[in-house]
Design a protein around this ligand. Structure first.
Ligand code: SAH
Ligand code: SF4
Length: 395
């Protein structure tokens, strides 16, 4: 990691507006409030998100007097990357410290043509899905807009994408790191829109994906805020099983979930389908009958299906399904006409699983303390995550 960059960035308690965490409309409103022309918003966006500059003195197309004003009235603060890991297969993992003191993780998965960045939206998660390492920690804090978009900023910087010489190295962003994005709704919406903003990262709206376990009222609201793509963590073909492994299903069942997703997809101006994620857990939801039931459930629901073989971790008794049960499951769905992908495991050696990241939380909840104690008694170090595997594929 380049020290020069690290030194520019720091945590601050300041309540001044953070220019790195404001979308175009908010930035324009801020300049208007300062009695300045709103077009300065585009200048700031380009400096920060296209050139990687956080030092106002370098922003020379903005007058000196305005820069001085911005120095006193605003801040440009991004989260701090405290560690990084590089896998033999090119996968990278960064540990990011956020203002709450918690640490979250993000993963870059290089692919043939550019790559996917998997980012976090919360430190920990309150939803406690039975198969998820992040859920075992409990919830610690919501990330701010700058902490969410700052993960992309860092990754672009570290991959040389701000230099102007390289083509932007990141083509896809998936919110499949730590946390439930739709329980941190407004910051996530603002951040994904910044990623798609032409004056910022200009990513295609098809390639910025919010993954959710199914927070139905938030899915219903999404159409008013964004046109990002959607991935749904379904993981079971019926309510009984889904409620056992995903407590949120007791509140918002499969019928409500699919209806809300339909509504969101219908609101998009282009033709797109959601991705249905299905984490296959041996002996739990991986039977052929589950595949048949899933095919039946989704019969009138346009979608792609993405199978994720369960990634084991130390605090879970679940195991990964056999290769043949994954193949059988996939084939049943394919025979019914579904487009199905199976995630491949990448970055084993650095413990970097999208959707299975553990980071470290500063202020442990009781649930996470209980799990930590259990982990210690197992003499396994949970947050090293050395048995995790990165899951990578294109959405
Ligand atoms: N909270 C959001 C996004 C983060 S989880 C959600 O649940 O969708 C990203 C994906 O990783 C989800 O599909 C999640 O179900 C999956 N996942 C979590 N733990 C996993 C594990 N141990 N093995 C495989 N996939 C897992
Ligand atoms: Fe939270 Fe998603 Fe993990 Fe469930 S799978 S506990 S919603 S991060």
């Amino acid at each position: 990691m380049s020290d020069g960059v690290k030194n520019q960035l720091s945590k601050t308690d300041s309540k001044l507006p953070n220019l790195a965490g404001l979308g175009r409309d908010r930035l324009r409103a801020l300049f208007t409030e300062f009695g300045e022309k709103p077009f300065h918003a585009d200048q700031v966006l380009k400096w920060v998100h296209q050139r990687g500059i956080t030092d106002l003195d370098v922003m020379t197309d903005i007058s000196k007097s305005l820069r001085e004003k911005l120095k006193t009235k605003t801040q440009i603060t991004l989260p701090v990357v405290v560690d990084e890991f590089l896998s033999e297969d090119g996968t990278r993992k960064w540990i990011v410290e956020v203002a709450s003191g918690s640490r979250v993780e993000m993963v870059f998965i290089p692919e043939a043509a550019r790559g996917t960045l998997c980012i976090s939206s919360q430190a920990g998660c309150s939803l406690d899905c039975s198969f998820c390492a992040t859920g075992k920690q409990g919830f610690n804090s919501d990330l701010t807009v700058a902490e969410i978009v700052g993960q992309l900023w860092w990754a672009v910087k570290e991959l040389g994408g701000f230099s102007g010489e390289l083509e932007r190295p990141i083509s896809n962003v998936v919110m499949m790191g730590m946390g439930e994005p739709l329980l941190n709704f407004e910051p996530v919406m603002e951040a994904v829109n910044l990623m798609m903003e032409d004056c910022a990262y200009g990513l295609s709206k098809r390639k910025v994906t919010v993954s959710t376990s199914g927070v139905v009222p938030a899915i219903n609201r999404m159409k008013e805020f964004t046109e990002a793509s959607l991935a749904i963590s379904l993981h079971a073909p019926n309510d009984e099983l889904r409620s056992q492994i995903m407590p949120i299903n007791k509140k918002y069942n499969i019928g409500m979930l699919l209806e809300s997703v339909r509504g969101y997809m219908a609101s998009l101006p282009d033709k797109r389908v959601p991705v249905i994620e299905y984490t296959m857990i041996a002996g739990v939801n991986d039977h052929r009958q589950h595949a048949r039931e899933l095919a039946e459930l989704l019969k009138t629901f346009p979608c792609k299906i993405n199978i994720i073989p369960f990634n084991p971790f130390s605090l879970s008794d679940y195991s990964r399904p056999s290769g043949s049960s994954v193949t059988n499951f996939r084939q049943i769905l394919q025979r019914e006409g579904y487009t199905v992908t199976v995630r491949t495991t990448r970055g084993d050696d650095i413990g970097a699983a999208c959707g299975q990241l553990v980071g470290e939380v500063a202020d442990q909840t009781r649930r996470s303390q209980r799990h930590k104690a259990k982990a210690a008694s197992n003499r396994r170090v949970f947050d090293r995550a050395d048995n995790l595997a990165v899951t990578a594929d294109r959405l």
